[in-house]
Design a protein around this ligand. Structure first.
Ligand SMILES: [Zn+2]
Length: 93
């Protein structure tokens, strides 16, 4: 095992989110896992980040989408009312 093959702790910290999102190239992923396997500090760090990311994903899922959808619906409604005569709305069904 040469120095070139191993990641430093700093590199692990920088790449941990990519690693957890499966965004790393297979080669980089192997190097990162090789370092983590021999580094208790990075093992702990990755576990903490993994938990944090999972929590953020859960929190983000609920509020973001309904709000965005509502905004889109309202924008569409305003656009429709603005661009067509008011009577057309009541006849449309
Ligand atoms: Zn390390």
């Amino acid at each position: 095992m040469t120095i070139d093959d191993a990641f430093t702790c700093k590199e692990v910290v920088e790449l941990v989110t990519d690693y957890l999102e499966n965004a790393l190239l297979p080669g980089s992923r192997k190097q990162l896992e090789g370092h983590v396997a021999n580094c208790p500090g990075c093992t702990n760090y990755i576990q903490q980040v993994r938990l944090t990311v999972a929590m953020l994903h859960q929190l983000a899922q609920e509020p973001v989408f309904p709000e965005t959808k509502q905004e889109l619906l309202e924008a569409f409604r305003n656009w429709k009312q603005g661009s067509s005569p008011q009577k057309a709305d009541t006849q449309f069904s």
